[in-house]
Design a binder for this molecule. Structure first.
Ligand code: NAP
Length: 246
């Protein structure tokens, strides 16, 4: 354990699997206590048991609900004493071209990613502002930088997360609260395993490093943003893409 996050308390949304689960593991490895939250309560409870009940707890939360997000922040405070790091990671895809995408597909994706991140950012900021310290890490996507066909909903939401984060960074800087974004490229998780082989192969061909990323490689950037190593960074975006669309 490096102790980079010793004594810190992190909340990670969408931590039942994939990138969020890897972030929770990395935070604990680096000395933090973590509240893992997800729609899938069984998954986060099991992950918390594995991480150790003294350092981790798993709770159900739908990030589109402000009261759910407030509840998990209150629980983090009651259980571990503060909220030092908030990672807004929960996500879904509903890919389709505009010819077939339904309004519901659009609304659901924007709700989970953009409104969910807004709830997580503003409600965590209210706690952090009082503490006069904190780091908020919002998970965007390369899709929000370049726009990907079949993802008008997701690209819009992920680009929106960057704008939201920069605006929040400006509002919060003088309170000692930093807000930064991570833009992963192709990362091997359940979300990308659902992709047709043809689409996967096409994305792989675009990656200079010639391989997909691992969830832990996104998590290590989140550890950097959560820690004092990034004490002079706010409103930034880090691409974790193996060089794709640099
Ligand atoms: P994942 O394996 O599908 O995990 C996402 C998690 O979020 C799931 O456990 C899911 O729960 C949870 N979730 C969905 N809606 C939620 C809600 N309303 N409230 C709380 N939790 C919710 O996805 P991932 O690949 O780890 O992606 C994590 C984040 O990275 C997402 O924001 C994604 O857009 C972003 N990202 C991923 C990639 C990639 O290549 N994998 C690339 C760029 C960006 P359920 O399973 O119960 O729905």
């Amino acid at each position: 354990m490096s102790g980079l996050l010793a004594g810190r308390v992190g909340v990670v949304t969408g931590a039942g699997q994939g990138i969020g689960l890897a972030i929770a593991h990395s935070f604990v490895e680096h000395g933090a206590s973590v509240v893992l939250v997800d729609l899938n309560e069984d998954a986060v409870r099991a992950a918390a048991v594995e991480l150790g009940p003294e350092r981790a707890t798993g709770l159900r939360c739908d990030v589109t609900s402000a009261s759910d997000v407030q509840y998990i922040l209150d629980q983090a405070g009651d259980r571990f004493g503060s909220v030092d790091v908030m990672v807004n990671n929960a996500g879904i895809t509903r890919d389709a071209t505009m010819r077939t995408m339904t309004e519901e597909d659009f609304d659901q994706v924007v709700d989970v990613h953009l409104k969910g991140t807004w709830h997580g950012t503003r409600l965590a900021a209210a706690v952090m502002r009082e503490q006069r310290r904190g780091s908020i890490v919002n998970i965007s996507s390369l899709s929000g930088k370049v726009g990907l066909a079949g993802q008008t909903n997701y690209s819009a939401a992920k680009a929106g997360i960057v704008g939201l984060s920069k605006a929040a960074a400006k509002e919060l800087a003088h309170h000692g609260v930093r807000v930064n974004c991570v833009q992963p490229g192709l990362i091997a998780t359940a979300m990308t395993a659902a992709m047709p082989q043809r689409v996967w192969d096409q994305k792989m061909a675009e990656i200079p490093m010639g391989r997909p990323g691992r969830p832990e490689e996104v998590a290590s950037v989140c550890v950097f943003y959560a820690s004092e190593l990034s004490s002079y960074l706010t409103g930034t975006v880090t691409e974790v893409t193996g060089g794709r669309f640099m």
